[in-house]
Design a protein around this ligand. Structure first.
Ligand SMILES: [Mg+2]
Length: 348
């Protein structure tokens, strides 16, 4: 079969500047991939490259021609295993670029079969956990306002970024306006192991659910120190990048946080979920700041998860793609009768 492929860079301004312990971003640059079959049916996927993992829109655009050549060479959009294997063989690393291609091929395959992707996998849409809504670092008053707005919009789970000398003040401010919300925190590697253990007790007393990436991914012994002493469950994000990291973190955390932009594809993400389960870990799927060209695909995995953190498109001023309905935090996988990932250009 002849497949046609193309890609396009899209700059997506954020609704508000988004700050974590490592820095601030005001826009997300994604690269959208489209793969079409001979009948004109098109699958779409997005890359949301992260400099933390060595990628930019430039590196994505540099490797996409070779990745898309591999897809055209295989020529069968249903040969998902063969294609994802070829993508990993063509380039080392570059997970966001590979994820965009994997998503587009999966979208096309499911569309050709006329089913939503989660149905192709045999998943129950009602099993999807609610997504959290993330509040980035900011002045304490702004964090309070943003948390209040999220509660007002119906989000039942808040993820609060920490890693400042005001962490306790920030959580107190959030708890004032969100007394009943489930709250998770993400330090993005900012704490020392001892500080993380101390803060875990304080956070447990404020009914926080778990702590994500308390210490540097470069300090696996520090992560183990925290895990063995923490008053709260520990999720690994920066310490859990690819499948081979899962066995290494299994005795250092409770929850593996995978992202399509780290795994490099949907099949690899499903393998990572199975591997994490085999090691007794709970599983969460997060995201970068991404349009629905990729978030809608991650949403298809949610019936396999314990926790979802898929609010990346909600932080955009405007998403050119419409996808799975996430309003109020509920992942409405079964709400829209759409084949594939559910991603559609809003102008279509
Ligand atoms: Mg994180």
């Amino acid at each position: 079969m002849t497949l046609e492929t193309e890609f396009e860079r899209v700059s997506l301004p954020l609704e508000n500047p988004f700050t974590i312990s490592r820095g601030t971003q005001t826009e997300a640059v994604n690269v959208v991939v489209r793969i079409s079959d001979e009948g004109g049916m098109t699958g779409v996927g997005g890359a949301a490259p992260s400099t933390h993992y060595g990628e930019t829109a430039d590196t994505v655009e540099a490797v996409l021609p070779a990745l898309l050549d591999a897809v055209e060479r295989v020529g069968d959009p249903h040969a998902l295993h063969e294609i994802e294997g070829e993508l990993a063989a063509v380039v080392n690393g570059n997970p966001a670029a590979r994820a965009a291609v994997s998503i587009a091929v999966h979208d096309l395959a499911a569309k050709r079969l006329g089913v939503p992707l989660h149905r192709l996998w045999g998943l129950d849409p009602s099993a999807a956990p609610a997504t959290s809504y993330t509040v980035g670092l900011d002045e304490t008053e702004r964090v309070r306002e943003k948390a209040a707005e999220a509660v007002e919009a119906g989000y039942p789970v808040l993820k609060i970024k920490l890693g400042t000398d005001r962490d306790r003040e920030l959580i107190d401010a959030v708890r004032e306006v969100a007394p009943d919300a489930r709250i998770r925190v993400d330090a993005n590697e900012a704490w020392t192991p001892r500080e993380a253990v101390d803060k875990s007790q304080w956070l447990a007393d404020r009914d926080v659910e778990f702590v994500e990436q308390p210490v540097s991914a470069e300090d696996p012994e520090g992560l183990r120190f925290v895990y063995e002493r923490s008053a709260l469950p520990i999720a690994a994000d920066e310490s859990c990048v690819t499948l081979s990291d899962v066995p290494a973190i299994a005795d250092r955390c409770d929850i593996a946080n995978l992202k399509l932009m780290k795994t490099g594809g949907l099949l690899e993400a499903r393998r990572m979920i199975a591997t994490a389960r085999a090691h007794g870990l709970e599983v969460m799927c997060g995201c970068m700041i991404e349009s629905n060209a990729s978030i809608a695909a991650a949403a298809q995995l949610t019936p396999l998860l314990d926790y979802a953190d898929l609010d990346g498109s909600l932080l955009l001023a405007e998403d050119p793609y419409d996808g799975v309905d996430l309003s109020g935090g509920e992942i409405g996988l079964g709400d829209r009768d759409r084949a594939g990932t559910g991603a559609r250009l809003r102008t279509e």
